[in-house]
Design a binder for this molecule. Sequence first.
Ligand code: AMP
Ligand code: TRP
Length: 350
Amino acid sequence: MITDAPRRAEDQAVTSEARQKVKVFSGIQPSGNFHLGNYLGAVRNWIKQIDRSDSVFCVVDLHALSNNPDSTLLKQQVLDLAGSYLASGIDPDRCLLFVQSHVPAHTELQWLLNSVTQFGELTRMTQFKDKSAGKGDSVSAAIFSYPVLMAADIILYDTEEVPVGDDQRQHVELTRDIVNRFNRRYGETFVLPKADIKTEGARIMSLDDPTEKMSKTSPREASYIAFSDPPDTIRKKIRRAVTDSGETIEGGADKPALTNLIQIYGSFADLTTSQVEQHFEGKRYGEFKKDLAELVVEKLTPIQGELERLRRDPDYVAGVLREGAARANTIAEKKMELVRERMGIGSFKP
Ligand code: AMP
Ligand code: TRP
């Protein structure tokens, strides 16, 4: 009894230390061009809290299949997105970084979760409504069941927080409903995650149309700033970005274009909207846009340089991903053993 006591105290210390680290999971699709919205809305927030968390970051290539990408291009984009993560400062020694399709448990769990997900829930998803608009019955089932795979990604790793942009809030809410339903039906199995959405940068809008989200798959190059854009292209895109009528640098509901540019400035300079407004008091649009372009160029140039270096070293990136997948498979497979057990499947496997 006496000899057991200190060991228990030690265990408790370890447990409480481990508890302080929040479990985090997030992912981005390797489709289209990694852009400013992805960086400010997602990756930069991942990095900010990497040391206070047990972070898992994923290149979600299976989700990208819902856009029917060219297979050669997809392979390239997986490496490129992983390179963008690394170049942005995601350090593989301080987190777990891997490609979704390298861990088969994600698709297995998706099927299992389909059985606790309702048709009506999936039809109510805004992203599904947007992506299926005009397609009628020919819309792919992958676009429909996309949020179930996302739920599987998140809950396989006992995730507590999911740092994403505002557009993914509804998918994380659905994940919570799925977890609650599963746990009620099969007993406590999954951790209930919550979305971690920052106010600054959560929704960066298109430069040429501030009513539309900046998007990787937009056909209009002027609408986004891609990581691959050289400095002069960035300057030109910001110079040509639409602005609202008026003279002063002030945001507001009636000034969506300016509000968006102020948001971008504030996110990069770590200033609130009112601090940016104060900084540019008495200045005109032209001057503000010029300063904004220089700030974006200054912040992106080192990241772009690192990305170029990584593009010339695909073996290094592939090695990081392979190592990450090995670790992720161990964690995911352990979780799946419990899930199969709970659901009464896989019992008599050889
Ligand atoms: P996606 O480009 O849709 O694969 O999104 C990857 C991540 O970037 C998700 O966390 C999104 O919420 C975030 N994201 C995408 N577009 C934007 C945007 N325009 N503003 C802020 N965050 C974004
Ligand atoms: N659906 C997300 C998007 O389009 C990408 C994603 C897939 C994701 N699985 C995830 C994000 C798990 C966070 C957690 O942006």
